[in-house]
Structure formats: C-alpha cells, structure tokens
Design a protein around this ligand. Structure first.
Ligand SMILES: [Zn+2]
Length: 143
C-alpha cells in the first residue's frame, strides 16, 4: 500500500494545521512548536506530497528548529531520508525500476520528485538493493 502523507498527518497528527503561505524560495515548512505546516501556494500535487512527507518526518524525528527557525543540514538530510523511505517502498521501486528508462520517469510513476527517487536509490540498504537488482535482472532476462 502506498504511503499517503495527508492521511498519515490526519491519523497521527490531527492537531497539526496546514496553511498556505508565501514561502519562496522554500516549498514548505513545519513549525513544531506551533503545530503548523506551511505550504507554498505554487506547489504541484507531487511537490505537495513529497514536501508533506518531509515535514511529517521532521515531526517524527522530534526535530527542533534553531532560534532562527531553520533545521540543521543534518536534520534536513534525516527528514529527507525518512520521507523517501516512506514514499518509495522497495516493492514499488523494484516493480518499476526495470521498466523506467530514467529517474524522471520513475519519479512520475511514483508521484514523487526526481530528488526523492535519486535519494532513495542511493540510500537503499544492502538487502533492499539486492531485491531491486534481482528485479532488474529478471526484466533483462525477459526482454
Ligand atoms: Zn526540512
């Protein structure tokens, strides 16, 4: 089953409000102390899905922004890694990877950003990598 960030937020963080704001150049932001997630008005559905998963990951990881309201680079990387693990299951990646010629095509199929696909592919565990590689080998054999 695909991860649905909007449903996850509703179920696990019902007190967190989502509002639109002018955030340029940022796409989204979370203010944990105020239980608030802000989205840029210009987000596409895919950007919104990816960004919401990222902001939920900050909440799950109990990240607290610095006094200037920014997370550290390490916290951003941790939130990104957790978000893409949720958005892109190994099963979904394995199903598609042999059929999609580019990361952009994979991203479109998975309804996530190209950045998310690349990060997921580079942070696969050894066991996950073996599952994906085995599927690629199958597709090549079948072709
Ligand atoms: Zn972040």
């Amino acid at each position: 089953m695909n991860y649905e960030p909007e449903r996850d937020l509703e179920m696990r963080f019902p007190h967190v409000q989502v509002e639109l704001a002018d955030l340029s150049p940022a796409l989204a932001a979370v203010i944990p102390g105020e239980s608030l997630i802000l989205f840029s008005r210009e987000l596409t559905p895919t950007q919104r899905r990816t960004s919401l998963a990222h902001e939920i990951a900050h909440l799950d990881l109990h990240h607290s922004p610095t006094p200037l309201q920014w997370f550290s680079r390490r916290q951003e990387a941790e939130a990104d890694t957790l978000a893409v693990r949720r958005l892109i299951t190994v099963a979904a990646l394995a199903d598609l990877v042999g059929w999609c010629a580019t990361d952009a095509e994979l991203a479109q199929q998975l309804q996530v950003s190209v950045h998310a696909v690349r990060l997921r592919r580079t942070t696969l565990s050894q066991a996950e990598s073996a599952i994906v590689e085995a599927r690629i080998a199958c597709v090549e054999y079948a072709a």
